[in-house]
Design a protein around this ligand. Structure first.
Ligand SMILES: Cc1cc2nc3c(=O)[nH]c(=O)nc-3n(C[C@H](O)[C@H](O)[C@H](O)COP(=O)(O)OP(=O)(O)OC[C@H]3O[C@@H](n4cnc5c(N)ncnc54)[C@H](O)[C@@H]3O)c2cc1C
Length: 304
């Protein structure tokens, strides 16, 4: 019979690994299960994450965090948690047919960006070269005074284009699938900032020399960088199946201590409503781990 864990952490990105470091250092029994596709692993070089002058790649950051967690005995199990059930006194999580029992669960499962129409290998090549970027808060600085496209429409595309105007005068908003769906107010705001508005539908993107090319009905438009603003899939389905409350876009709603609406179930990082940033994921995970420790102690002191 598998031991009853104090906490099962689902997801080994910046949030899950931070929580693991805290919980292991509280001498709690934990496991981390990770499916291996952290958004952080896609970051060629993060320059806004404090403490790393010159920047650090997302993969190297994750490697260091795993190493740090392992120093305190927290190791990552590769795999996917497919289902979680409450069984009266503990949760049971299904890891490929194997049941993990835990008194609490921290979901740190992140989100997945919706991608533009581009072969996966070409997408990854463009991402590594900075021809495609996903996070203006993270790397808008790197496109200062460059020729930037935003692939999107509605308020999401509009807001991203306006955000990017603080870095460059040269911003074009392109509708991916059809004509733009923008309100008169949004068109006025974009026009006031000289953001060019181009209707879709767009054909498959291309990389040509140092440019990413967007084929539109108005012609092929080359950019130094393209930001897809196509939304994300929030990986909150395990919690939704348990009945947890989510925002309209599917992010888990948590209290100020990272508790979801399900007792014993906590969330941290991109999967919970907040700023999708490494620092925020780490901060939420520190709060979640300390809350988990304190909530467990409510049922009896944690003493050695
Ligand atoms: C291209 C790009 C550049 C970025 N640049 C920056 C930057 O410069 N600075 C910055 O602060 N942020 C940046 N970000 C955002 C940053 O990557 C995220 O905010 C951060 O990774 C969130 O951490 P997380 O732990 O919440 O989720 P993630 O890092 O996405 O980790 C979630 C983990 O959970 C696992 N998982 C999901 N479901 C399951 C399951 N059922 N069972 C087991 N495991 C599961 C996944 O495999 C994944 O490994 C960038 C993002 C992208 C895409």
């Amino acid at each position: 019979m598998a031991p009853l864990l104090d906490c099962l952490i689902v997801g080994g990105g910046p949030a899950g690994l931070t929580a693991a470091i805290y919980l292991a250092r509280f001498h709690l029994a934990l496991r981390i299960v990770d499916a291996g596709d952290s958004r952080a692993a896609l970051i060629p070089l993060t320059r806004n994450h404090a403490g790393y002058p010159g920047g650090i790649s997302g993969r190297e950051l994750l490697r260091r965090m795993r190493e740090q967690a392992a120093e305190f005995g927290a190791e990552v199990i590769s795999g996917t948690i497919e289902r979680i059930e409450w069984q009266g006194s503990a949760f049971s999580a299904d890891l490929g047919g194997r049941a993990l029992q835990a008194r609490t669960i921290l979901l740190a499962t992140g989100v997945v960006n919706n991608r533009p129409d581009l072969a996966p290998s070409l997408h990854d090549h463009a991402l590594a070269r900075g021809l495609i970027r996903y996070c203006p808060i993270c790397d808008g600085y790197e496109v200062t005074d460059k020729n930037v496209g935003v692939l999107g429409t509605h308020s999401h595309g509009c807001n991203e284009a306006i955000f990017l105007r603080m870095f460059t005068k040269n911003v074009t908003l392109i509708a991916p699938d059809s004509l733009h769906d923008l309100s008169p107010t949004e068109r006025e705001r974009l026009g006031g900032l000289n953001v060019r508005i181009v209707d879709g539908p767009c054909a498959t993107l291309r990389v040509e020399h140092d440019a990413i090319v967007v084929p539109t009905p108005a012609g092929n438009i080359p950019f130094d960088t393209l930001y897809p603003a196509l939304g994300s899939r929030i990986r909150s389905e395990l919690a939704i199946a348990l009945g947890a409350r989510v925002s309209p876009d599917g992010c888990l709603l948590v209290d100020p201590h990272q508790r979801t609406s399900i007792p014993g179930l906590y969330a941290a990082g991109d999967v919970s409503k907040g700023l999708d940033q490494i620092s925020h994921a780490m901060g939420e995970a520190g709060v979640a781990a300390t809350t988990i420790r304190n909530d467990l102690a409510e049922n009896g002191p944690l003493a050695r």
